[in-house]
Design a protein around this ligand. Structure first.
Ligand SMILES: Nc1nc2c(ncn2[C@@H]2O[C@H](COP(=O)(O)OP(=O)(O)O)[C@@H](O)[C@H]2O)c(=O)[nH]1
Ligand SMILES: [Mg+2]
Length: 201
């Protein structure tokens, strides 16, 4: 057999090991850092559908308090992260704007859980996103994306503001930092595993 061909196939099937593909949503309101996060963490070049913000989008998206941002995601981001020999996470970044509700319907199907990105300066903007996630019955963890100069908030204050259940994980991260972003995902996956273990107990 042609050895080059074997090598190429190996690159795709990873030695033929059985792997579990886990679909995870990365959600959050406009400009919270979803595209940044998936770009930081993905082991494949992330797919992203960004588009120059049009006047129409500007009228719809709430730009108050948003840092310099000239593109908006119209559909989604997609990335992949292998976390063990057997588990591969497929990450779907999904916009929080209500006008994308149809995308949510499709994205939520088959998802094991969600990482909800939260900007501590714009907590109220996360309410609608958390409502949607709960409506779809998805388990989630909160990843607080700390932007520069944001004052530190206690976890207790944050939990109260977002009205979280006591067992919902909260992790502070920087979406531009690989280790910190990985830590947030691992927190979510551990939580999902614990919940699955409880369900099957
Ligand atoms: N300072 C800082 N900027 C960030 C961080 N995460 C994202 N950004 C910036 O915030 C803006 C919005 O992020 P983006 O990933 O496009 O948000 P999305 O709309 O949720 O996909 C971009 O200009 C990012 O470079 C962060 O942790 N710290
Ligand atoms: Mg985006």
């Amino acid at each position: 057999m042609d050895s080059k061909r074997v090598l190429d196939e190996d690159a795709y099937v990873r030695g033929g090991e059985a792997q579990t593909a886990v679909k995870i949503l990365v959600v959050g309101h406009f400009a919270v850092g979803k595209t940044t996060f998936i770009g930081t963490i993905s082991e494949i070049p992330p797919l992203s559908t960004e588009e120059d913000m049009t006047r129409v989008a500007e009228a719809v998206d709430d730009l108050k308090g948003v840092r310099s941002k000239t593109t908006t995601t119209v559909a989604m981001d997609f990335g992949r992260l292998t976390i063990s020999d057997h588990v591969v996470l497929y990450l779907f970044g999904t916009p929080g704007q209500q006008r994308f509700i149809q995308i949510w319907e499709d994205m939520a199907r088959g998802a094991l859980g969600a990482l909800v990105l939260v900007d501590p300066e714009r907590l109220a903007d996360s309410f609608a996103v958390i409502d949607l996630i709960e409506q779809y019955g998805l388990s989630y963890a909160i990843a607080v994306n700390r932007f520069d100069h944001t004052p530190e908030r206690t976890e207790a204050a944050l939990r109260e503001a977002l009205d979280l259940l006591p067992d919902t994980p909260v992790v502070v991260m920087d979406a531009r930092d690989e280790n910190s972003s990985a830590q947030a995902l691992i927190t979510l996956v551990r939580y999902l595993q614990e919940r699955a273990a409880l369900e099957h107990a």
